[in-house]
Design a protein around this ligand. Structure first.
Ligand SMILES: O=C(O)CCC(=O)C(=O)O
Ligand SMILES: [Fe+2]
Length: 316
C-alpha cells in the first residue's frame, strides 16, 4: 500500500557559510533562529565540492548494486558495515516489519572504539574506500566548523564542544542509504525510514533529487503534521540530534523526521557527528533556571546512543 500523497513542502532556512570567517556572528544568529524554530536547515557554500558528492553517490550505487550475498559478507559488526532491508526500525514504538532501506556504515577512520571499518574488495570496487575516506574527512571538517557556529549561537566559546569533551575525539559515522523503488504488495504501510529523531549532535545529510524526506515540527502535538523537505542541489540538509536538545533543554530542537516510499529508488548519505561516547551531556547553565529546570538528567552520550541503536535493530 502506498502512503498518502506528498505533503505541503516546508521552506527551511538557508545558512550560507561562504562568509563565515568575516561574518560569523550574524551566521551564528541565523543558526540560532533555525535551530530554535526548526532544528533543520540547509547549508550552502560549505566547501564540499559538488564533484566529490557526485562521486560518493556513484560509489554508493555501485555497492548497493552488488549481489546480496556479497554485501552480506560485510554485514554490520560493532556498528559498521552493511545492513539489509528491514534490519532496522527507526520507530521502535511501532511493530512494523522494519524500514524499507539498506545501509552501510563507516565509523571514525582512526578506528577508536571497538569497531574496525569494513571495505568492499579493491578488485570489486577499486576507488570505493578512497572516495569514502575523502568524503568522511571533508564532511567531518564541515561538521566541526558548524559545531563552533552552534556554540556561538548559544553564546558559548567557539571551542566549547571540544572543551566539554564532546568533539575532542569526534564520533562521526557516515551512513550510506539506499531506498529500493519497488514495494511488495502489503497491507502494512512500510516506511523508507520510519519516524525518528537523530540520536547525536549534528547530522549532515546529502540527498539525491528523489523526494521522500518529511519533518514533523511539533512532535507531541496530535495529529502529527508532516511536511516535505525538498532537495536543494549541492546543499546539505542539517538537523540536530537528541544530544543537542538535551544540552539546550529543548531550546534547540531534535526534530522528528521520516522518509516515505514514493515507488522511486532513492539514495542519500547521512553523516552523524556525535559526541565522544564518554562525554557527559547535561543541561547548559544558560538553558535552565528555577522556573525552567532541566528536563533530562545528565547522561553519558555513549550510553544514550547505545540504547537507541539497540532498540532500532532487529538483528543485533
Ligand atoms: O535518507 C534520508 O533522507 C534521511 C535518513 C535519516 O533520517 C537517517 O538515516 O537518520
Ligand atoms: Fe535521521
Amino acid at each position: 500500500m502506498y502512503p498518502p500523497p506528498m505533503a505541503k513542502s516546508l521552506e527551511l532556512p538557508v545558512i550560507d557559510l561562504s562568509s563565515s570567517n568575516s561574518n560569523s556572528i550574524s551566521i551564528a544568529n541565523s543558526i540560532r533562529k533555525a535551530c530554535t524554530e526548526y532544528g533543520f536547515f540547509y547549508l550552502i557554500n560549505h566547501g564540499v565540492e559538488e564533484q566529490l558528492l557526485q562521486n560518493v553517490f556513484v560509489e554508493s550505487r555501485k555497492f548497493f548494486s552488488l549481489p546480496l550475498e556479497e554485501k552480506m559478507k560485510l554485514s554490520r559488526k560493532e556498528d559498521v558495515g552493511f545492513s539489509p532491508i528491514y534490519a532496522e526500525n527507526l520507530d521502535p514504538s511501532t511493530t512494523s516489519k522494519g524500514d524499507l532501506k539498506e545501509t552501510f556504515h563507516i565509523g571514525p577512520l582512526e578506528g577508536y572504539g571497538s569497531h574496525v571499518n569494513q571495505w568492499p574488495s579493491i578488485e570489486r570496487l577499486p576507488s570505493w574506500r578512497f572516495v569514502m575516506e575523502e568524503y568522511y574527512q571533508k564532511v567531518l571538517s564541515v561538521g566541526k566548523r558548524l559545531s563552533s557556529l552552534i556554540a556561538m549561537a548559544l553564546n558559548l566559546e567557539d571551542d566549547f564542544f571540544e572543551k566539554v569533551g564532546a568533539l575532542d575525539k569526534p564520533y562521526g559515522f557516515l551512513r550510506l542509504l539506499h531506498y529500493p523503488g519497488k514495494m511488495e504488495a502489503t497491507e502494512e504501510v512500510v516506511y523508507g525510514a520510519s519516524a525518528h529523531s537523530d540520536y547525536g549532535m549534528i547530522t549532515l545529510l546529502a540527498t539525491d533529487s528523489v523526494p521522500g524526506l518529511q519533518v514533523c515540527r511539533e512532535k507531541v502535538k496530535q495529529p502529527q503534521i508532516w511536511e516535505d523537505v525538498k532537495h536543494v542541489k549541492g546543499a546539505f540538509i542539517i538537523n540536530l540530534g537528541d544530544m543537542m536538545e538535551r544540552w539546550t533543554n529543548c531550546l534547540f530542537r531534535s526534530t522528528l523526521h521520516r522518509v516515505m516510499p514514493t515507488g522511486k529508488e532513492r539514495y542519500s548519505m547521512a553523516f552523524f557527528l556525535d559526541p565522544n561516547p564518554d562525554c557527559m551531556v547535561e543541561c547548559l547553565k544558560s538553558c535552565c533556571n528555577d522556573s525552567s529546570p532541566p528536563r533530562f538528567p545528565p547522561i553519558r552520550s555513549g550510553d544514550y546512543l547505545r540504547a537507541r541503536i539497540n532498540a532500532a535493530y532487529y538483528s543485533l
